[in-house]
Design a protein around this ligand. Structure first.
Ligand SMILES: NC(=O)c1ccc[n+]([C@@H]2O[C@H](COP(=O)([O-])OP(=O)(O)OC[C@H]3O[C@@H](n4cnc5c(N)ncnc54)[C@H](O)[C@@H]3O)[C@@H](O)[C@H]2O)c1
Length: 259
């Protein structure tokens, strides 16, 4: 049996990594997926990957830092499908650096995409969820929301913000039977993590492989996750299997935060 049959799902940041794996998995599980991102060619690839498995993914170019664009997309999905059952607020960026060297421009980007993007996406979708008194929202936090990481103070601050936002929104939407949870991935093999590692390797004058090994050894499983492993947790939260979970954070970090 398909686990999301005829459910309408919106996934942001779906042109790559965890968002793409989620869109493809949701489509395979029978959802009507509306995937958005700023990366058009990446979205095309996501749609093709899902289509190869017989799944339905519609794609739209949406910048989560632009509220009018986000609202237009969300309202468009609702007018076409009548509802949104599952919203995955996944679009995110990472920038690495020591606080004393970190530029205001880079911090603005982190805040605009990771924090305001989460807020804008929820702001546009919440009225629809409240009206229907059903559905579920899943945000992407990170191990970086729970523990410190060297040279990641600015990134950590945005992900800790996502966690707080998610918990508080869960309270507001509980009376409407809308569940709101987050997933906190550990090191997951996506272009984001690879660019993060490359940047850190460059800043510390170390080979990429050495820094990659350090990241792998953060988890007690001592390997990176595949994006599909994180998508599996997002799917769980999206289904009625998680019917008694709200305001929770699902740590999928290979044991990183248990050390
Ligand atoms: N990869 C990891 O190890 C890891 C760990 C913890 C948390 N996360 C979180 O998971 C989420 C997905 O990360 P990923 O690793 O798949 O990254 P990724 O870079 O592979 O994918 C992120 C996607 O977001 C899109 N995006 C960026 N800015 C955008 C904007 N303004 N509007 C719309 N889309 C935008 C990018 O184009 C990209 O397709 C992020 O929120 C990230 O912080 C990732």
């Amino acid at each position: 049996m398909m686990r999301l049959e005829d459910k309408v799902a919106v996934v942001t940041g779906a042109a790559s990594g965890i968002g793409r794996a989620t869109a493809v998995l949701f489509a395979r599980e029978g959802a009507l997926v509306h995937a958005s991102d700023v990366d058009g060619p990446g979205l095309d690839e996501t749609r093709e990957l899902a289509g190869a498995g017989g799944g339905v993914v519609e794609t739209s170019i949406v910048d989560v830092t632009d509220f009018a664009g986000v609202k237009g997309h969300i309202d468009g999905v609702v007018s076409k499908r009548g509802r949104i059952d599952v919203l995955v607020v996944n679009a995110g960026v990472v920038r690495v650096g020591r606080v004393e060297d970190f530029s205001e421009e880079d911090y603005d980007l982190l805040i605009d995409v990771n924090l305001k993007g989460t807020f804008f996406t929820c702001k546009a979708a919440v009225p629809h969820f409240k009206r229907r008194r059903a559905g579920t929202i899943i945000t992407l936090a990170s191990v970086a929301a729970h523990i410190g990481q060297n040279n990641h103070a600015n990134y950590c601050s945005t992900k800790a913000g996502v966690l707080g936002f998610t918990r508080a929104l869960a309270l507001d939407l509980a009376p409407f039977d809308v569940r709101v949870n987050s997933v906190s991935p550990g090191a997951t093999d996506t272009p984001m993590l690879r660019s993060d590692v490359a940047k850190e390797a460059e800043q510390r004058g170390l080979p990429f492989e050495q820094v990659k090994r350090e990241f792998e050894e953060q988890g007690v499983l001592t390997r990176w996750a595949a994006p599909e492993e994180i998508a599996a947790g997002i799917l769980f939260l999206a289904t009625d299997d998680a019917s008694y979970m709200t305001g929770a954070d699902l740590r999928m970090d290979g044991g990183w935060t248990t050390r």
